[in-house]
Design a protein around this ligand. Structure first.
Ligand code: F3S
Length: 289
């Protein structure tokens, strides 16, 4: 029996880079804070907590903190892959806090696009979920008007001012097809628009690889948090190609019963699943079956 782990399973480049940064900083013995949980995975956050990493939940909390409470021994504040608004950087600077910026370069690029076009007077339209921290951060780089649009209805209802130019960007994890449909609505309105497709390929590549693997596999195992929407999507895609698809959070959830006829077991994982869990599952299947 063969066990194949998808190459794109688990952390994307940006999240891996941010998580690695936190572990590197812990090694230095400094007090480490992250601005927001570094990744939406309970196991990782718990592990970091045990190693002394503190989470600054939001801007208000940061405002109330002083240098002494954050930097008892030259501590640092790490900005996660989602990025933050310009205001947060200014606040960190005002408080003279050492900051390590682990914003994903793809998100940073959106900040630059928004800042530049906003300065030139464009109305910024962010296609994405307004409550998502990444979108909040992007929003915070706009100086001119900014609108977040997630649905067709919101796009239909949008009215630009006379002679206003629009600059449209996307949340990195937004669905490409939906993005195209929304952009089309703006185009049909006859507005003068600049479109920057800032959707990141990591999610799409992970989904395509999962589909390919599921089509060949007799059994598929999808690992990720129950609240993780990208893991659920992976599960649905795999299930559509492979009837025996399991959705687990950790190895403890796996109740695998493999008949002798099984030749290939495929494994993939959502964007916030650490490598350690993927390896545990992989080793378990290899050793026990
Ligand atoms: Fe990940 Fe960065 Fe893309 S955080 S999903 S590689 S934008």
């Amino acid at each position: 029996m063969e066990v194949v782990v998808a190459k794109t399973a688990g952390f994307c480049f940006g999240v891996k880079r941010a998580v690695d940064t936190v572990y590197e900083q812990i090694e230095t013995g400094k007090a480490v804070h992250t601005y927001g949980p570094i990744v939406h995975n309970g196991e990782v956050v718990k592990d970091l907590e045990e190693k002394g990493v503190k989470v600054i939940e939001n801007r208000q909390e940061l405002e109330q903190m002083d240098r002494e409470s954050i930097q008892p021994n030259n501590g640092t504040v790490i900005i996660r892959a989602h990025g933050v608004s310009e205001e947060v950087y200014q606040l960190l600077e005002e408080k003279k806090l050492e900051c390590i910026d682990a914003t994903c370069p793809f998100v940073k690029k959106i900040h630059r696009i928004v800042q530049r076009h906003s300065k030139e007077g464009c109305h910024i339209v962010i296609i994405g979920n307004g409550a998502h921290p990444e979108v909040e951060g992007i929003r915070g780089w706009a100086q001119a008007p900014v609108t977040v649009v997630e649905t067709q209805e919101q796009a239909q209802n949008f009215v630009a001012k006379e002679g206003e130019k629009l600059c449209i960007v996307a949340q990195t994890t937004f669905n490409y097809k939906k993005f195209q449909d929304l952009v089309e609505i703006f185009e049909k309105k006859g507005y003068d628009i600049i479109v920057a497709n800032t959707i990141c390929n990591a999610t799409k590549e992970r989904q395509e690889e999962a589909l390919e693997l599921a089509a060949k596999a007799d059994v598929m195992i999808v690992i990720g948090g129950t609240h993780s929407s990208n893991t659920r999507k992976l599960y649905e895609l795999c299930k559509s190609r492979c009837e025996s698809t399991y959705y687990i959070q950790t190895l403890a959830d796996l109740k695998l019963d493999l008949p002798n006829s099984v030749e290939l077991v495929g494994i993939t994982a959502g964007a916030s699943t650490p490598n350690k869990i993927i390896e545990e599952v992989q080793n378990y299947v290899r050793i026990n079956f």
